[in-house]
Design a protein around this ligand. Structure first.
Ligand code: DBH
Length: 503
């Protein structure tokens, strides 16, 4: 992955724009060399692991390349992550180095750092950004002369860094990504997304997210020699200013951010502010058709749907696809060697145009989460196909439409519901919803009547995130079963659809 920057390291073209800071490719390469050399002098070496938490700032990318050059394996926590997540990542990788930002509440003083250091005996170095100390700050290390630093990256078929799994399991999972697999996905994304040196890409999504990083993200933009504009504050107000100021041509958003942008346009800014914006990628959750159409008609740019996962397979609608495909599907895989198919509840393959569980295997898809033998045994089949838990349909042209289950592992919520003393059986299904794209409904068989509020409280107490709580909770006498005795979710969904139709 060090190659992405090495290609342009003598270029004076602008690589990153952040506020008044403007870094050329030459400067980005120099700073990352400086940082890598400074860390090497402090004993950080190839084979070590590193925990990083930085926001959407130029320093994120300086650090990313420095750590690639050193050949250390890193986890990049989201800036929104708090104590529990960081502790869980540290427990898994036992980092030798922590790089964090004093402007994050967790690092405003030393108490969390001290706690982390005492729990992690391997942690030898802490480097902070925005610190008022004189030395050992990230800023100071980036300014130390690199001397005759020689990169020592890990081998191309070895782990380059860990991606974060969006799954809902109690321990956050880490996904090993190799240089070869990730670099391939970046280059192929550039081709599909037509990323060239004249593109200006705004990063309003959290920088470490797989979409923000590689689909095509800054890695794709750097590969092509274009400009990256990280938005530290992702709000529409701020993003719009950056788009106008830096003549942004491309960006990627999640659907709720698209809604907020449309609202902002209609309320108080002229669409002319966004005149430079030619393409808007949308992913991370299902984009409703109405919103997709409005991107084109009200913002005046070309929507591209992206459906991917941190562990691998990424699907894009292509710019030359027909409007129906662009507005109503989540695209098709990057590679002709991506295998994506759909199974029913009994793990049997379903024909095209039927809804089932996504199974995938391919050249840049992971083969297992880090240190998760049991979990991996349950989420991969004997042929190495990964079951993401997403419910999808694949049309005869190979385009995917997400039907539900996105990122909310039904089994996880069901297991937690079943930990309530009055719950005998629980099943979670999702249904289409005009407003939200989809809604989840939990069917409960209970020993005695339980109020939905009590069940939601129970889930919260077990650490279930707010957005994963079932939108509806219905108590039933029994759950319909398939002939092999699994819960017949098709029938439950049908039941809900019938109720909706009658309402
Ligand atoms: O949701 C995702 O994880 C995702 C979405 C779009 C992703 O990983 C990606 C593109 O690469």
């Amino acid at each position: 992955m060090t190659d992405i920057l090495a290609r342009h390291q003598t270029s004076d073209a602008i690589a990153v724009l952040e506020g008044d800071l403007q870094l050329s490719y030459r400067e980005l390469a120099q700073r990352s060399d400086n940082l890598a050399a400074a860390l090497q002098r402090r004993g950080i070496k190839n084979g070590d692991t590193v925990l990083v938490q930085l926001g959407n700032v130029a320093d994120f990318y300086v650090t990313l390349f420095a750590l690639f050059k050193l050949g250390v394996t890193s986890v990049y926590a989201l800036f929104s992550h708090q104590r529990t997540k960081l502790q869980a990542y540290a427990a898994q990788i036992e980092p030798a180095l922590l790089i964090a930002d004093r402007s994050h509440a967790l690092f405003a003083d030393d108490s969390f750092i001290d706690a982390l250091c005492s729990a992690q005996p391997a942690l030898r170095q802490v480097i902070l950004r925005n610190s008022d100390q004189a030395e050992n700050t990230l800023e100071a290390l980036m300014a130390e002369a690199a001397g005759d630093f020689q990169p020592t990256p890990t081998a191309t078929d070895e782990v380059a860094f860990f991606q974060l799994s969006g799954g809902s399991t109690s321990t956050p999972k880490l996904i090993p990504r190799t240089h070869n697999d990730y670099y391939y996905s970046v280059r192929a994304s550039d081709e599909i997304c037509a990323i060239t040196a004249d593109r200006h890409y705004l990063i309003a999504l959290p920088a470490p997210h797989n979409f923000a990083m590689s689909s095509p993200g800054p890695l794709g933009v750097f590969y092509a020699g274009g400009q990256v504009i990280p938005a530290e504050d992702p709000s529409a107000t701020h993003s719009f200013q950056l788009i106008e100021k830096h003549q942004v041509t491309d960006t990627g958003l999640v659907p709720p951010a698209v809604s907020l942008s449309l609202q902002a346009i209609n309320k108080w800014v002229s669409y002319k502010t966004l005149a430079s914006l030619q393409r808007m990628q949308v992913g991370g959750a299902k984009l409703g058709e109405t919103l997709a159409v409005r991107i084109q008609s009200e913002i005046g740019c070309r929507p591209q749907q992206v459906f991917g996962m941190a562990g691998g397979v990424v699907n894009y609608t292509r710019f030359d696809d027909g409007e129906t495909t662009i507005f109503t599907t989540q695209g098709r895989p990057i590679s002709p060697d991506d295998e994506v198919w759909v199974t029913d509840e009994n793990d049997d393959p379903l024909p095209s145009s039927e809804v089932g569980r996504l199974m995938t295997r391919g050249p840049y898809t992971f083969r297992g989460d880090y240190k998760s033998t049991e979990h991996n045994a349950a989420s991969f089949d004997v042929n190495g196909f990964y079951c993401s838990g997403d419910l999808i349909e694949i049309n005869p042209q190979g385009y995917i439409t997400v039907q539900g289950g996105e990122k909310i592992a039904a089994e996880e919520i069901e297991n937690r519901l079943q930990r309530h003393p009055d719950v005998i059986h629980a099943a979670l299904v999702s249904i289409h919803d005009e407003l939200m794209g989809e809604k989840s409904c939990a069917f409960i068989v209970a020993r005695q009547p339980i109020k939905p509020v009590a069940l939601r409280r129970h889930l919260r107490e077990l650490g279930v995130a707010e957005y994963k709580l079932p939108d509806r909770i219905t108590c039933v006498d029994k759950l319909p079963l398939t002939p092999v005795g699994k819960v017949d979710k098709k029938r439950l969904r049908q039941q809900l659809a019938d109720q909706q139709a009658q309402a």
